[in-house]
Design a protein around this ligand. Structure first.
Ligand code: ZN
Length: 175
C-alpha cells in the first residue's frame, strides 16, 4: 500500500512523498536531524500536525532523512515523506552488505547464547543426578549401618543365648 504523491508544494520539490500506511521505517536518533520540522510546513495528512524529523536505519534506506507523523505509537498515522532521495545503487549494495554482516553476527550471538543455555541446562541435569546419587549413597550408608546394628543386636542376642545356656548348664551341674 504505497502511494506516491508527486505534487510537492515545497522548495524541496525533488522530495518524494511516500505514504507507507503503518510502516514507518526503523530510525536512528540523530542529533543533527531531530524534533519537529517547523521550517518546512509538512503536515501529516491525517492529523494535520507538523511532522517529525527522523533518519532511517533500515536496509537500503539507512541514513536517509525523512519526515513522519509525530504522534506516538498507537495514534501514529504512518505518514512518511522522504527528504533525501534514494541512494545510488552502489551505496544501496554496500548498505545491504553491512546489514547482512550485522544479521550474521547477531545470529552467531544467538547461537552462542543458545549454546550457553544448553550448557547450563546440562550442568543443572548433572547436578540433579549428583544430588540423586548422593541421596542414594546416604540411604545406602544408613542401610549398611542399620544392617550392622542389626548384626550387633543379633550377636548380642546370640551372646545372651549362650550365656543363658551356660547358666542352665552351670545350674544343672550344681543341682
Ligand atoms: Zn499523523
Amino acid at each position: 500500500r504505497i502511494s506516491f504523491d508527486l505534487l510537492c508544494p515545497h522548495p524541496l520539490h525533488m522530495m518524494l512523498t511516500w505514504i507507507l500506511l503503518g510502516q514507518v521505517p526503523f530510525f536512528l536518533e540523530d542529533p543533527d536531524y531531530k524534533g519537529l520540522e517547523l521550517d518546512l510546513i509538512v503536515l501529516c495528512e491525517k492529523h494535520g500536525k507538523p511532522s517529525e524529523r527522523l533518519v532511517a536505519f533500515e536496509g537500503t534506506m539507512t541514513g536517509r532523512r525523512f519526515l513522519a507523523c509525530a504522534e506516538p505509537e498507537g495514534q501514529n498515522c504512518g505518514f512518511v515523506q522522504w527528504v533525501d532521495e534514494q541512494w545510488p545503487p552502489t551505496m544501496e549494495n554496500a548498505l545491504l552488505k553491512l546489514w547482512s554482516m550485522v544479521e550474521e553476527s547477531k545470529s552467531a550471538r544467538v547461537n552462542d547464547n543458545l549454546q550457553s543455555a544448553l550448557t547450563i541446562h546440562h550442568l543443572a541435569e548433572e547436578k540433579n543426578k549428583l544430588d540423586a546419587d548422593y541421596d542414594k549413597l546416604v540411604k545406602d550408608v544408613h542401610q549398611l549401618v542399620d544392617f550392622q546394628q542389626d548384626r550387633v543386636v543379633d550377636f548380642s542376642y546370640l551372646q545372651s543365648a549362650v550365656t543363658y545356656q551356660h547358666q542352665c548348664r552351670a545350674e544343672l551341674v550344681a543341682g
